[in-house]
Design a protein around this ligand. Sequence first.
Ligand code: C5P
Ligand code: C5P
Ligand code: ZN
Length: 479
Amino acid sequence: MRGSLITSEEAFLTSLDPAVEMLRRHAEEEHTIRLISHNDADGVAAGGILSQLVRRLGTNFKTTCEKRVDEKMVIAVAAEKPSIVIFSDMGSGYLDMFKEHLTESDIIVLDHHLPIKVDAPNIVHINPLLHGIDGAREISGAGVSYLFAKAMDKNNIDLSPLGIVGALADQQDKGEKKSLLGLNKLIEADAKKADLLETNVDLIFYGYETRPIARACAYTTTPFIPGLSGREDRCIAFLKEAGIDLKREGRWRALRDLSEEEKRSLFSALTKHMVYEGCDADAVHDLVGTIYTLKGEEAWTPMRDGREYASLLNACARMGRPSLGLCICLGDRNEALKEAEKTLNEYRRKIGEYLDWVREESRIEEMEEIYALRAHSDIDERIVGVVASILLSTGILKKKKPIIAWARAEEGLIKVSARATEPMAKMGLDLGEVMMKAAEVFEGRGGGHNIAAGAFLPEEDEKGFMELVDRLVGEQFRD
Ligand code: C5P
Ligand code: C5P
Ligand code: ZN
């Protein structure tokens, strides 16, 4: 087993060579490099890594983050007549569109989503799934981009923390004690070698070593603690009730200042709170795990904790300001950071409001094999996936069924976000496949990973689509 694993990782790393050669050629000819990344945290981190890479090559570049690949976007990019386009954290499911419309450009795709098979002489397609590596758990879009940057030049090892941020953003911390696995481990080793990363196991509160406990609790959004995440006032009341002194000798205490006994009582109070909020007892265990501290970042900033960095980028992307996130990945710690922190606050508040909305009335419908959340215009299409993730991961939904949520997008379309748990994937469920197949039937487009996937399609087909998804999920469970 071990032998074959090493081989597939090696085969994947070797598959980067033609991409390295292609980018080198364009850089030597001083072509402008067009970078297009996905508009979520992993995508922004990937875009940040690649922007730094090409900046270091000394070439001009232009980076944008896009919600999705569709014909309109690809045609608009083709009109720019770029010599070379690099797609990151997106593209593997859309090679047919690139082949059709981007005939004048060289193309590199650095992705970890379900790929389709298309051959074209101008496309270099890099995807771990093509080598039997799990793209949902072992490497992210930022991870693929980092390994590419390192293959271009070993000195890019200092970009490894962004690879870690991408993995945490895509919730790839599926190893023991919420640790990273597979190729992500390789990136982790690089980051440690560069003295940019430290790991330890504790309560996963953002800023556990630096922030006042109540704030650390309120700032934590992955895992999401219903009733506390985003609400510092409630956290203060909660901690007081649990008998935790917030201050000592006039100084705010951080989590690391608590005694073992205090930590135990905090944990037991959290357990009670979560169960009271309707969460699964298992969800409480999610609160303890491996903390990824980025040592090169200032102690008080949101970039110090890998998961919080991911939340910051996610907030920027999903609140429609991905360029703020890109600036941060490029090292801006001034204006961009201030704006991004404001955006993160709004994002936390928004998620809290959406969750209240969902839970106020029973908005979630139970179908045969799935839970359905039809959010219409009540949830932003860019955030509906985050809400679906939280509903599932906190165990608020009692039956072991995936959740399929949708919200209105532009031009009569809906955006679907689908989420499943690890045990469901082990039972044979692959939501990426379900979304791809079902969307096709209704002239939409879908894809993704087995546990997190999505689609776009016309709103008028919503009902038929949900029924088909319900049926396909059932078939996968039974096969
Ligand atoms: O496009 P990309 O692969 O970067 O996005 C995956 C998305 O799925 C992320 O937004 C991530 O947070 C989400 N996800 C999730 N639950 C999982 C795995 C991923 O919500 N178990
Ligand atoms: O947007 P959301 O977080 O729900 O997306 C979940 C996953 O599904 C992401 O990895 C995203 O890239 C993927 N997806 C896709 N095709 C779509 C929509 C989403 O591959 N049309
Ligand atoms: Zn990704």
